[in-house]
Design a protein around this ligand. Structure first.
Ligand code: HEM
Length: 401
């Protein structure tokens, strides 16, 4: 076992050399066969893990924790412990699993399948509205954001689709450069709006997720009212920005690659699902998650990680590991190997993955079927990518047709 204690310089998330590939630091870490340390905003030096097998090893190790309030946890902003200290997804064991079990039934593949027709309608609605707009237009604003925002709001049972409170809070939450006070204020504003909805549903119950949480799980003591509000906040936040970024990046990839686009359109029924999986693998938008810390000394790839040290798993590097994926740098929407980890791995694996999948499966083929001439309205070099966000993506995607 070795121990590398040289002071690391590379900031996390590391700078990208190319917008279509993970940062070289992540790839080189994977290739070195050992975790390496980077530097977070607060000067702490968590370990970056990049190999596919090593990421899985870390994420299933019971000696590795996910509790954001632990001093060893690698925070991505000063606001994080306050914003996330009380929520199940930043907890372990008995503080995580029982809540996850309450939420799981609403997000199974079978349950989400019932939403497919509605999601297809949302895709068509967004395209109808795009057709009414002057061109060029921003595809992030007019397509990528409205579909998942509407879907998650309908699933929860809140009418916040056009609410700037939602987009503002979610956007700030993932921006590692935004000021702490601004983040906290935006989150409090969103939680007040959701608390009003939850109270209203106590008076007028319905069968949507928020209504059921507040009318079934608060009275029986599973959850407190405040926990329900925080869950709604998490589900809204996690449920729309991630998918929105995947939609805009996926559209960009298909605009750039005529061969892949034609393949998809040649048989959408056959390729919609593999196209969504390949986009998830290729982009792997979650840049600085999963984050964990070692509760005890552990060894990864021969490297000693001491108890109390932070760990960041690079899903992006793992998803381009040549030991698992053939020609991993290539985008191939017919790829049969589906073991990507874009939704994480282990007990914290993404709650909303089935929903995100259906949204992508519905959106990619339909958009290009209806707008076959869709193309960039600016030179590609002018596109602005979200390098400093926890979730990678595009600030805007100007298109025309
Ligand atoms: C967890 C990615 C969409 C809700 C995660 C994790 C990843 C991820 C990598 C694991 C984090 C960790 O282990 O620390 C994505 C991507 C999405 C997406 C790439 C879209 C393409 C959604 C949606 C929802 C959602 C639509 C809506 C419910 C959650 C929640 C967790 C989570 C609640 C925490 C689960 C737990 O700790 O048990 N997601 N996600 N995500 N995701 Fe997603």
């Amino acid at each position: 076992m070795t121990r590398t204690d040289a002071t690391p310089a590379t900031p996390l998330p590391a700078p990208r050399q190319c917008p279509y590939a993970p940062p070289a630091f992540y790839t080189e870490t994977r290739e070195s066969g050992q975790p390496r340390r980077g530097t977070l905003w607060d000067g702490s030096h968590p370990w970056l893990v990049g190999g596919y097998d090593q990421v899985q090893q870390v994420l299933r190790d019971p000696r590795v924790g996910a509790d954001v309030t632990d001093p060893g946890f690698p925070n991505t902003s000063a606001a994080q412990p306050e914003l996330e200290g009380n929520i199940f997804f930043r907890k372990d064991g008995d503080e995580h699993l029982p809540v996850r079990r309450i939420l799981n039934p609403d997000f199974t593949a079978k349950r989400v399948e019932k939403w497919r027709t509605r999601i297809e309608e949302l895709v068509d609605d967004a395209i109808d509205k795009m057709l009414e707009q002057p061109r060029p237009l921003d595809l992030v604003k007019h397509f990528a954001l409205p579909i998942p925002t509407t879907a998650i709001c309908e699933l929860l049972g809140v009418d916040l689709v056009d609410s700037p409170v939602v987009t503002h809070a979610a956007h700030l939450a993932t921006d590692m450069e935004a000021a702490t006070e601004e983040k906290v204020a935006a989150m409090h504003e969103l939680s007040e709006v959701l608390a009003r909805y939850a109270r209203q549903k106590q008076d007028e119950p319905d069968d949507r997720l928020l209504g059921r949480l507040v009318n079934e799980h608060v009275p029986n003591g599973d959850l407190t009212f405040d926990e329900v509000v925080r869950l709604a906040q998490l589900v809204i936040g996690a449920g729309h920005e991630t998918t929105a970024n995947m939609l805009s990046l996926g559209v960009l990839a298909l605009i750039r690659d005529e061969q892949q686009r034609e393949k998809l359109l040649s048989d959408p029924d056959a390729y919609a699902a593999t196209c969504a999986e390949e986009m998830l693998r290729y982009w792997t938008i979650v840049q600085t998650e999963p984050r964990r810390f070692a509760r005890e000394d552990i060894e990864v790839g021969g490297q000693l990680i001491r108890a109390g040290e932070g760990i960041i798993c690079s899903l992006a590097a793992a998803n381009r590991d040549p030991a698992v994926f053939q020609a991993p740098e290539e985008l191939d929407i017919t790829r049969a190997e589906r073991r990507h980890m874009a939704f994480g791995y282990g007990v914290h694996q993404c709650l909303g993955q089935n929903l995100a999948r259906v949204e992508m499966q519905a959106a990619f083929p339909r958009l290009f079927q209806r707008l076959p001439e869709l193309r960039l309205a600016v030179p590609e070099e002018e596109l602005r990518f979200r390098d400093t966000h926890i979730v990678y993506g595009l600030h805007e995607l100007p298109v025309t047709w």
